[in-house]
Design a protein around this ligand. Structure first.
Ligand SMILES: [Zn+2]
Length: 128
């Protein structure tokens, strides 16, 4: 019997959310990211930072839903916010916790539309 690794569990979590949100994810990559916890491209490629694998489930959910929603809503506007709230409830609280947890990990963990976490990657995905 194959043991489920953290990475597999995380991948499954993403697949479940994608189904729930009815979104198509093309590729998911988990790797060390220098200064952000996730990014997505309009082509449906998602990249997540490795450190998320050891975070609590609800924080993983936050990041996953955050990025998945960007496949349809490319900003943090009203629509994005209301979808986040609809699926996660008090997502702002998770956001604050995530920022706190990742503070030591990354100087750019701050969440703002200006942060680069969802900017298009220079296409170099390792697991594609
Ligand atoms: Zn974002």
């Amino acid at each position: 019997m194959k043991r489920l690794s953290k990475r597999d569990a995380f991948g499954e979590r993403i697949a479940n959310w994608a189904t729930r949100l009815d979104l198509k994810v093309r590729t998911v990559t988990v790797r060390k990211m220098r200064n952000k916890w996730a990014s997505c491209s309009t082509a449906g490629r998602l990249t997540f930072d490795e450190s998320l694998l050891s975070k609590q489930g609800d924080l993983q959910d936050y990041v996953i839903v955050h990025e998945l929603l960007h496949l349809e809503v490319p900003n943090h506007g009203k629509l994005w916010k209301s979808l986040m709230r609809a699926h996660l409830g008090d997502y702002e609280e998770m956001e604050t916790r995530l920022q706190r947890e990742l503070k030591s990990h990354s100087p750019v963990a701050r969440h703002s539309p200006k942060s680069a976490h969802h900017r298009r990657l220079p296409t170099r995905s390792s697991a594609a």
